[in-house]
Design a protein around this ligand. Structure first.
Ligand SMILES: Nc1nc2c(c(=O)[nH]1)N[C@H]1C(S)=C(S)[C@@H](COP(=O)(O)OP(=O)(O)OC[C@H]3O[C@@H](n4cnc5c(=O)[nH]c(N)nc54)[C@H](O)[C@@H]3O)O[C@H]1N2
Ligand SMILES: Nc1nc2c(c(=O)[nH]1)N[C@H]1C(S)=C(S)[C@@H](COP(=O)(O)OP(=O)(O)OC[C@H]3O[C@@H](n4cnc5c(=O)[nH]c(N)nc54)[C@H](O)[C@@H]3O)O[C@H]1N2
Ligand code: SF4
Ligand SMILES: [Mo]
Length: 875
């Protein structure tokens, strides 16, 4: 027997891996011997009995909608998920398909089970099983070294969809590092920034959809995705059936939302801002405005708006967007005449562009012009949608916030990225490290699949992840062997969202504050441990300065403390020991005492608040000094009445935001402070043979987290490139043909932004299959994300994973063979359905490999949907 005989091969053999033993996990071979000789065959034979199963409330996290759920648990197995009707957003037992498939991850035979330490080159896939104690000690030792060297900021956490911000924040604060990197800029930072600039109060609207009569949707696919899409769609459907509300969708592609709308319009990509401005032009020209609201609460005044909008005619927008001027005029008037119970809203189809920040603002502005902001049936928003420490206290003592800043989390090129909340500019992180703009000692990654989900994922991202000089130490928390884990030095197997604790909160379509509790339904397999507990254990092993913040116990104790101010008596009269027990029982707490914040800006200020304040003569803004003597705007004089107004600097809805212009000037950019339209620079004079490559999300997949779930992978495991029939005909392309797709880097714009602007040079090429359809703009091709995994187990990789393939691939036979034949009960071995027309396998392509890092000006959001491309038929 040679040495290799002692190396287990494939994640399926992890179950029997002893401490100190080696395992080889290679991309596209990791699944080959993948099976775990667990007795789930026996479990299969036990009939699911929902009557006797234990019902546990919790919170879904198969997407960012975080719905309240109930799980049915039998023999430490989640046999069924349904919605928790007490969740005011859900109000029923319904979930989406992804919610149903959640338990797939729990039971995935290719789960990560034990902490692993790299035993070969980084990225070679050779690992050694270690104990948790060894993992904690090594990470703590490395962090101590950074702190002792006076460089706490060289310790960072990079998270995707985390939902444990309070816990992660405590850990980083204790260390003294501000470097918490996230994915906001690759997700939705333009939309958030636009809401903050305009309204001040919130980063996300909660449309009062059930009472709304007209939905003007700019690039949200809320029938399939959108944050909170499930809750929006159920209400939109009701509004349409109950009182004939109209839904108009602007999308370059016939999404499920577009297909179910009353009207679908296909703008040229990145021209939504122009359409919204032209609609505003019509609304103002025809005086279909809410004059009272504008006069009292909008900055600037109507005359200035009219002058500014004068050149933005429907004909001007039609030329840019391809949407007929007559349609723009008609839709603008339909929308305005249904006021105030109307809502114009967006999502990434409008936001993920070079000009997305202004486009988002232009759409939000339409609501202000017709006075639907915070009106019943209008563009509403909640006020208290954060897990504030005042309401959900963390155990004492609490570490102070670090005061240092670094370019990595606060890059100076995008001064609006961190202005309202720390949105960061995540997509530049790997390149910044490469450029030496920041140094790291310890990189901890959590729920992030950057090689798949980031732009230049398989080039810039992977190059930097592999480089030990740039990232000297990387520990990755994941539930499956992801590509992120593959390039780590240590793997920390996590408990899934159905196996761990956490408090969760989101906006409520019913406009009341509410909170949910995530609690474990089952115990995790192997020694998988929730990342929050991992951080707390590391915290205890840092120096005494840090360890004192982690004396409260475990994550469960932390969460219990957060619940300490919640009620103990339920609406049904049940009495509980404490708020934690209340939450464990109901899963949800709704604060129904506060009234819905309709027209909250009109609320008169309390006399006590007004006392000692002063009114600025010119602006009528009311200022008052706080306890530290610092003057703050607290409201607005409307006539002789002091009212709350909006929480913007002018206390008005800001169409004109002087702050934006000021901030832009500090970095030498030209900005008029208005949501003025700028064409995407790379799209100006686009050559006839060039197209725009865009991407989209499926209803049954979420980012980098669902491809390992067999139910979902069976439904969608292929992502061909959508191309319009007329364009395809010109190029001689038919459905199923293989084409080469080549992408180009973005050009710089007139506003003076330079960072990550190229000269239109080639970025890369990918080979994709074509899907010819009339359901897409003729100048656009679209490839979905979420697929194309090369690790993540058989379900993710779209392979059945026959053991015999190992021999064919020339790999060493290993100890796994001594396990005997794979049990016939393993779905992934025999039962998984892959479409035969793809040769009986799935997986698709990962298009992010050829999408450029492309942060738009000021906010830094990734302009995903702007990429110029060309295509060539191969076969
Ligand atoms: N081309 C293209 N790319 C996109 C987008 C697009 O539209 N087009 N959309 C972008 C958007 S909106 C976003 S938000 C980002 C998201 O991109 P990410 O932040 O990378 O995605 P997530 O789905 O949050 O994280 C995925 C990783 O978390 C792991 N994971 C899943 N569950 C758990 C768990 O319980 N614990 C741990 N520790 N790990 C877990 C998964 O195995 C996977 O490795 O992607 C972006 N990427
Ligand atoms: N099923 C599912 N639900 C999800 C997620 C998921 O991955 N899957 N992810 C969650 C997350 S993190 C997010 S951020 C949200 C995102 O939710 P959405 O923003 O609703 O979804 P996307 O698919 O990113 O983009 C929306 C639409 O934009 C269209 N589009 C592309 N380019 C353009 C353009 O130039 N102009 C216009 N007008 N439209 C364009 C696409 O065809 C797509 O239908 O969804 C959340 N919910
Ligand atoms: S919408 Fe998202 S959070 Fe809600 S059930 Fe579906 S996957 Fe879960
Ligand atoms: Mo996102």
């Amino acid at each position: 027997m040679d040495r290799r005989s002692f190396i287990r091969n494939g994640i399926g053999s992890m179950a029997t891996l002893g401490v100190g033993e080696l395992i080889l996990l290679n991309p596209s071979t990791a699944q080959a011997m993948a099976y775990r000789p667990v007795a789930n065959g026996k479990q299969r034979k036990i009939k699911n009995n929902y009557k006797t199963a234990t019902r546990v409330t919790s919170v879904c996290l198969n997407c960012s909608t975080v719905c309240g759920i109930e799980g049915f648990v039998q023999d430490n197995k989640v046999i069924k998920i349904r919605g928790n009707p007490l969740d005011p957003n859900m109000g029923s037992h319904m979930t989406c398909a992804k919610g149903q498939s959640g338990p797939n991850v729990n039971d995935y035979p290719e789960r990560l089970l034990y902490p692993l330490k790299r035993a070969g080159e980084r990225g070679s896939g050779l690992w050694k099983r270690i104990t948790w104690e060894e993992a904690y000690e090594e990470i703590a030792r490395r962090i101590r070294a950074s702190v002792d060297a006076g460089h706490p900021e060289r310790v960072c956490i990079h998270q995707g969809r985390s939902r444990i911000e309070a816990e992660i924040g405590r850990f980083l604060d204790a260390i003294g590092t501000p470097v918490l990197l996230n994915h906001r800029a690759i997700c939705s930072s333009n939309k958030r920034a636009a809401n903050y600039v305009s309204l001040g109060e919130t980063d996300w609207e909660s449309i009062d959809a059930e009472r709304c009569t007209y939905f003007l949707n700019f690039g949200s696919n809320f029938y399939e995705a959108h944050q909170g899409g499930l809750h929006l769609v159920s209400r939109v459907v009701k509004a349409r059936y109950d009182h004939g509300a109209k839904l108009v969708t602007f999308d370059v592609r016939l999404s499920n939302t577009a297909g179910r709308s009353d009207e679908w319009h296909q703008p040229f990509p990145g021209t939504e801002g122009a359409i919204a401005l032209a609609m505003a032009h019509v609304i103002v020209r025809e005086n279909e405005v809410d004059r009272d609201f504008i006069d009292k609460f909008v900055q600037p005044g109507l005359d200035t708006i009219r002058t500014w909008l004068a050149p933005c005619t429907p004909a001007w927008a039609a030329k840019l967007s391809g949407v007929a001027a007559a349609d723009i005029t008609r839709l603008a008037l339909e929308f305005a005449r249904k006021r105030p119970a109307v809502a114009a809203f967006t999502n990434r189809g409008t936001g993920a562009h070079y000009n997305g920040f202004n486009a988002e603002r232009a759409v939000v502005m339409l609501n202000a012009l017709v006075g639907s902001v915070a009106k019943e049936g209008g563009y509403c928003y909640g006020l208290d949608e954060k897990l504030s420490p005042a309401r959900y206290p963390a155990p004492e003592p609490r570490p102070p916030k670090p005061t240092i800043r670094t370019d990595l989390e606060d890059p100076p090129e995008w001064p609006l990225a961190n202005r309202w909340q720390k949105m960061k500019v995540g997509q530049v992180v790997f390149d910044y490290l490469r450029q030496g703009r920041a140094k790291l000692d310890v990189y901890l990654s959590y729920t992030i699949a950057a090689p798949m989900t980031w732009p230049e994922g398989r080039s810039t991202t992977v190059d930097v992840l592999k480089d030990e000089k740039l990232i000297p130490f990387h520990a990755c928390s994941d539930v499956v062997y992801s590509e992120m884990a593959h390039y780590a030095d240590m793997i920390l197997p996590d408990a899934t969202y159905l196996e761990r604790w956490g408090m969760d909160i989101r906006n409520n379509m019913e406009l009341q504050h509410f909170v949910t509790l995530r609690q474990p339904m089952v115990t995790p397999p192997g020694s998988a441990t929730s990342f929050a507990d991992v951080l707390f254990e590391i915290g205890k092993r840092l120096g005494p300065e840090q360890a004192k913040y982690f004396k409260f116990g475990k994550h469960e104790d932390f969460v219990r403390h957060q619940c300490s101010k919640l009620p103990t008596r339920g609406a049904d009269g049940k009495v509980f020991k404490d708020g934690f027990d209340y939450m464990k029982h109901y899963g949800v707490y709704v604060d129904s005492a506060a009234p819905k914040p309709y027209e909250v800006y009109r609320k008169p200020l309390a006399a006590a608040l007004v006392e000692g304040s002063r009114v600025d003569e010119k602006t009528r803004v009311i200022y008052k000094a706080d306890d530290k003597g610092k003057e703050k705007a607290i409201g607005l004089m409307v006539g002789e009445v002091p009212v709350r107004g909006f929480t913007t600097p002018s206390r008005k809805f800001e169409i004109h935001a002087p702050e934006v212009a000021k901030v832009a000037a500090t970095i030498g950019m030209v900005d008029d402070g208005l949501p003025t339209f700028h064409q995407v620079p790379s799209h100006v004079g686009l050559a006839a043979d060039r197209l725009i490559l865009t991407t989209f999300k499926w209803n049954v997949h979420t980012q980098g987290r669902t491809a390992s779930q067999k139910y979902l992978a069976e439904i969608v495991h292929d992502n061909p490139m959508w191309i319009h029939a007329a364009t395809a005909k010109k190029l001689g392309i038919k459905t199923g043909d293989t084409v080469e797709l080549t992408t180009y880097r973005p050009l710089s714009g007139a506003v003076g932004d330079k960072a990550y602007r190229g000269t239109g040079e080639i970025l890369g090429s990918a080979t994709v299959k074509a899907f010819v359809t009339k359901g897409i703009h003729p100048r656009v091709v679209a490839v979905s994300n979420s697929l194309g995994g090369i690790t993540g187990g058989r379900s993710c990789e779209g392979e059945r994973g026959r053991r015999v393939e190992v021999a064919a691939k020339g790999l060493a036979p290993d100890a796994a063979q001594s396990f005997g034949p794979a049990p016939a009960v393993d779905d992934l071995e025999f039962g998984l359905w892959w479409d035969e027309k793809h040769g009986g396998r799935g997986s698709g392509v990962n298009i992010n490999a050829i999408l450029p890092i492309n942060p738009q000006p000021l906010v830094g959001m990734q302009a995903w949907f702007d990429t110029v491309c060309s295509i060539r038929k191969i076969v």
